[in-house]
Each structure stands twice: as structure tokens, then as C-alpha cells.
Write a new protein. Sequence first.
Length: 60
Amino acid sequence: MSDHADRLNTWHLELAILADAIGHVLTGIEEPEGLSATAYVLRTRLADLVAACPFPEALP
């Protein structure tokens, strides 16, 4: 597999894990403080994943 395909596969896996975690949060965590902290971490990680997307840049 090419380096780009490996990076894209890794990015996709991390995004899927994040989606599962967000689903878990949305179904509810018993502790409100934990929910708030977890939601913050998930939002931050999602922003990082989007910023680090390994798709090639658009051609001019």
C-alpha cells in the first residue's frame, strides 16, 4: 500500500473511533462533569483530525 493510502487508512480509522466515542457521549454519561470534559476532548480531537486530513491538496 502506498504511503498516502496508509495515512488515509489511519486517518479514517481514527475518525471512525471518534464517531463511536461521540455516539457514546450522546447516549449519556452518568457524571455531568465527565460528560462536559469528554465532549471538549472529542471536539478538540475532531478539529485536529479534520485539520490533519491527508487528502491531497486541490490542484490549481
